[in-house]
Design a protein around this ligand. Structure first.
Ligand code: PFF
Length: 437
């Protein structure tokens, strides 16, 4: 065993991995996507994908990481020296981390700006039109988004530089419980508003007539992005997990927390949206324009707007940390850099790419589209196939039983990652490329 930094406790592992999974994808994207795609019916399909495909793929990543004790790039060199082809997965993973983090931290920068606006009570005196203009002006300008991008990347680097135990784990253990408390307070407030019932029904009433082939595919895509799987982020964290930890339990807990927070975000947002008679329309506007309007009409709006934007910053930060760690692990393992140098270099490169995303919306959209629609599904297929067909049953069994238990579910797991997951993901992948559907 080498002297690789490790997560010190089970709670630390789960907090850090759940921190990666819970992010902007949960808090504004999930509620909106669910609402648009049949509410409760979509939710049932999403749950099926999370637990039938998401958990097995996450478990595969944990196995790869813990077995190899390397970054996602180095992992395939160690585990598959004979199959050079699979090393492309490591390259794709590191590349995807760059692409996702550069646009993700631009949006995260907006959340920092809005937290500061909320703190200074500068959202409260605005009319709905002024709030819409504020968001349009801000997101279309150059210097302020770049400034907040740099601030956010600085925060991310400050956590990563501390290492696994004293950086990522330490902050996740504080920030994740805080996130849970904030979101529960927001849910209680939202549910207490008169007229909130419509919002709850909008979220959970299953409307099976809205389920089409495309809706099923959207649910699978959302499950992947939300769980942070398909590019080696979870594998990288897996390389810091001690042998005595139960990997199945980790994958199930993280997936459960991720789903819970997504649902709580829906419960925090939609009852309030409906209570104030606002259309539950899509995208960034929901969080940056619609919600400030709601806070302005709400008793205690100042407190709730500060709480909400702080929640977004925390969620984004614990996810961006995991993305930067993919790159830092690569730089330290493969290029022999010290953690500090690797963090600075990674953050610097991300900022440069992020600046391109701010200046050229086409780059922003291109990075977003390429990473989530192309690279994550491709990575997911290759990771499942690798663990299912190439890693070897004994090594898989060994990792699943290293904590001292018996993996009675081994057959089912292997069946899913050998056959079910690759086929299901391939369908999404081909659909996103416009080849089917
Ligand atoms: N899971 C994060 C979210 O839902 O916002 C996004 C993400 C983080 C995707 C890390 C991929 C990743 F590796």
């Amino acid at each position: 065993m080498n002297n690789r930094d490790v997560f010190s406790s089970k709670f630390g592992v789960i907090a850090a991995a759940a921190g990666s999974a819970v992010g902007l994808g949960n808090i504004w994207r999930f509620p909106y996507v669910l609402g648009e795609n049949g509410g409760g019916a979509f939710f049932l399909i999403y749950l099926l994908f999370i637990f039938a495909i998401g958990v097995p793929v996450m478990l595969s990543e944990l196995i790869i990481g813990r077995r190899a004790q390397k970054s996602i790039f180095g992992a395939f060199k160690v585990l598959a020296p004979k199959y050079g082809f699979f090393q492309s997965v490591g390259i794709i993973g590191v590349l995807t981390a760059f692409l996702i983090l550069s646009f993700y931290s631009v949006v995260a920068g907006w959340t920092v700006e809005y937290t500061i606006l909320a703190l200074g009570n500068n959202l409260a005196d605005k009319s709905p039109d002024q709030l819409a203009d504020l968001f349009a002006d801000f997101s279309n300008s150059i210097w302020r988004p770049i400034f907040y991008l740099i601030v956010f990347m600085g925060l991310t680097a400050a956590v990563v530089i501390g290492g696994i135990k004293n950086g990522i784990e330490k902050y996740a253990k504080i920030l994740m419980p805080l996130l849970l408390v904030i979101i529960i307070i927001l849910c209680l407030k939202s549910l207490s508003l008169s007229g909130s019932r419509e919002g709850v029904l909008f979220l959970f009433r299953p409307d099976f007539s809205k389920i089409t082939g495309n809706v099923v595919l959207v649910a699978l895509g959302q499950a992947f992005f939300s769980l942070s799987i398909g590019m080696g982020t979870i594998a990288t964290y897996g390389s810091y997990i001690k042998k005595k930890e139960n990997l199945l339990q980790t994958a199930v807990s993280v997936s459960f927390i991720d789903t819970l927070i997504a649902v709580l975000a829906g419960v925090a947002i939609f009852p309030a949206v409906f209570a104030f008679g606002i259309q539950p329309d899509a995208g960034p506007g929901l969080v940056f324009v619609t919600l400030p309007n709601i806070f302005n009409q709400m008793a205690g709006g100042y407190f709730f707007s500060v709480a909400f934007f702080t929640l977004l910053v925390i969620a984004a930060l614990t996810s961006s940390v995991s993305l930067l760690e993919v790159v830092v692990a690569y730089f330290t393992d493969e290029l022999g850099l010290k953690r500090k140098q690797a963090t600075f270099l990674g953050a610097f490169l991300m900022i440069v790419l992020g600046i391109f995303c701010v200046i050229y919306p086409k780059v922003f959209n291109g990075f977003e589209w390429t990473s989530s629609n192309l690279l994550l599904p491709l990575g997911g297929i290759l990771i499942s196939l690798f663990v299912g067909w190439f890693l070897g049953r004994n090594k898989v069994k060994d990792e699943l039983e290293a904590h001292g238990g018996k993996a009675i579910y081994l057959q089912v797991f292997l069946f899913i990652i050998k056959i079910v997951a690759p086929i299901a993901i391939a369908i999404v992948f081909l659909n996103n490329l416009g080849l089917i559907g």
